[in-house]
Design a protein around this ligand. Structure first.
Ligand SMILES: [Zn+2]
Ligand SMILES: [Zn+2]
Length: 393
């Protein structure tokens, strides 16, 4: 398990810089005070000053992630440390309304101005071995995280289900291209950037190769389009319900396997073997988070194939039995992927910008909710009623 320390006090000891002017005094937020209970609308004071590098953004859109639902339902199982109350929403797009002191550029060097829209990443320390030596800042030992930081702590506004949000000074940030809508940019800031990271881990896909995508939620659907755009020869999507599998086909799936129609895991493995001429898939990517998907994926991947596991959180009670020799005998190249770094955010936005005429991702974000209805948005995520609900604070 990755451990985080929350050192929010470091914000308050930094030099206080430019004052925040011409803004309301408070921000309304939908707050998780009790698991499984309706979110409470609370008001928090807007910061009156910002540390160097910090930003204040007006939330444009906060799309709901599957882990927001799990968090609300009290099913994170200690995968990440958290203290209630907190503000859900860690997929977001915000419009800059105030800057702390310092250079006004994004992480790619693009100029930022008041009114620009951005996505931004959890705050990494920048000086631990994972930040510097191993170049894996998403594995930073000392991260400040959105949502998972209690809203009792100043400056309070750490989650997307809020009118305003405080961007940590060290948070990487990327300007959203004008062509990309705020809901899609928001969905790019967790779902798609995670898929981009997973594809980075997976490596190159060739036109003669097959790929299995386990899951047809937002991650699986984004992955389908990415595999299609990258030129995979055969794309098999396993999931449901049917409307999602239809969308997967629209995004480039050559074959779909419905878990409702094929409820037996062995039969699903058999289906993939049949579709791949009996050899198994060159690549498999797990994006559904189901506990037993790992065992299926290991059987679906071909000998010496590649398997990236991205969906599950590290929760006690989700153990599955594996026969170690099976991995040896198949010489499986198995990789995990955790979260993403700022480069993946940029790549995600660039992918949706460049493929806007090719894949209509707005078909995933058709339902919008106010802060007052944010609990419904969580429900509809958890019950598969919406693919990617959008909270517009
Ligand atoms: Zn997420
Ligand atoms: Zn670090």
């Amino acid at each position: 398990m990755i451990r985080y320390h929350h050192r929010i006090e470091k914000l308050t000891v930094m030099t206080i810089a430019s004052a925040v002017e011409d803004l309301p005094k408070t921000s309304r937020a939908a707050v998780l005070a009790d698991f499984n209970a309706p979110l409470e609308i609370r008001e928090y004071p807007l910061p009156t000053s910002l540390a160097p590098g910090a930003l204040l953004v007006r939330m444009e859109a906060a799309t709901v992630c599957g882990s927001d639902y799990k968090l609300w339902a009290g099913r994170m199982g200690g995968a990440l440390p958290l203290t209630l109350p907190l503000i859900p929403g860690h997929e977001f797009a915000g419009r800059i309304v105030a800057f702390g002191e310092g250079e006004r550029v994004d992480s790619m060097g693009a100029t930022l101005e008041l009114g620009d829209r951005i996505v931004f990443v959890h705050s990494n320390c920048g000086h631990c071995d994972y930040c510097t030596l191993f170049h894996q800042p998403a594995l930073c030992r000392d991260r400040d995280m959105y949502t998972f930081t209690s809203s009792d702590q100043p400056p309070h506004l750490f989650g997307g289900f809020s009118e305003y949000l405080h961007v940590f000074p060290k948070s990487g940030r990327v300007r959203i291209p004008d062509e990309v809508s705020s809901p899609i940019a928001s969905a790019s800031s967790c779902a798609l950037r995670t898929v981009v990271h997973s594809f980075d881990r997976l490596g190159r896909l060739e036109p003669w190769q097959s790929m299995v995508i386990q899951g047809s939620g937002p991650l699986g659907l984004f992955a389908t389009a990415m595999a299609h755009h990258a030129g995979a020869g055969q794309i098999i999507v396993i999931g449901g319900p049917d409307d999602r599998l239809e969308l997967a086909t629209e995004y480039g799936a050559t074959d779909v396997v419905s878990v409702a129609d094929v409820p037996d895991p062995d039969a699903r493995v058999e289906a993939v073997m049949e579709l791949t001429g009996g050899k198994g898939s060159d690549a498999v990517i797990e994006l559904c988070g189901a506990r037993t998907a790992l065992l299926e994926g290991l059987q679906m991947v071909r000998v010496d194939g590649r398997y990236v596991v991205t969906g599950p959180m590290d929760e006690p009670g989700t153990e599955v039995p594996i026969r170690p020799g099976y991995l040896t005998g198949k010489q499986v190249n198995i990789m995990g992927a955790w979260s993403a770094d700022i480069s993946h955010y940029w790549k995600a936005l660039e992918f949706v910008r460049r493929t806007a005429g090719k894949y209509d991702f707005s078909k995933m974000t058709t339902s919008q909710y106010s802060l007052e209805n944010a609990t419904d948005a969580l429900h509809r995520m958890g019950t598969y009623a919406d693919i990617k609900p959008v909270v517009i604070p």
